[in-house]
Design a protein around this ligand. Structure first.
Ligand SMILES: [Zn+2]
Length: 126
């Protein structure tokens, strides 16, 4: 399954980072998918993080998360509470967001599974 690249000097396009990169920056599979090794590593990390979140959710008796990490609205919806209740409990637990995202209404926060589960358990405990 060797495909020779006639344009040796040009490298290969990555659809994730949008760069032309040297062929050695792509794995065999990466060539076909147009994803360079660096971006692929990032994607794999995200994937395993999502998998871990799913496992944690299952252990906490929660359904598999559709989105991950979650925004405040997604997390609140996921736990069946209001966004303000989510924030209130999160602050009470002194838990920080795991990251930010750029949304339509500006920068929002993202929350990881540990935070969401902690909020969930606080809600359960009353
Ligand atoms: Zn890339």
């Amino acid at each position: 399954m060797t495909k020779r690249n006639r344009k040796k000097q040009q490298g290969h396009y990555c659809k994730i980072c949008g760069r032309y990169r040297a062929n050695e920056k792509f794995s065999g599979k990466g060539h076909a998918q147009h994803i360079c090794k660096d971006c692929n590593r990032e994607l794999q990390a995200q994937k395993s993080e999502k998998k871990r979140a799913k496992q944690m959710a299952a252990e906490a008796g929660l359904p598999a998360p559709k989105h991950y990490p979650m925004t405040r609205y997604q997390a609140a919806n996921y736990l069946g509470i209001t966004p303000s209740a989510f924030d209130y409990r999160r602050k009470k637990l002194e838990l920080e967001p795991c990251g930010t995202y750029e949304g339509k209404r500006g920068t929002g926060f993202l929350f990881d599974m540990a935070t969401i589960i902690a909020v969930h358990e606080l809600a359960d405990g009353g």
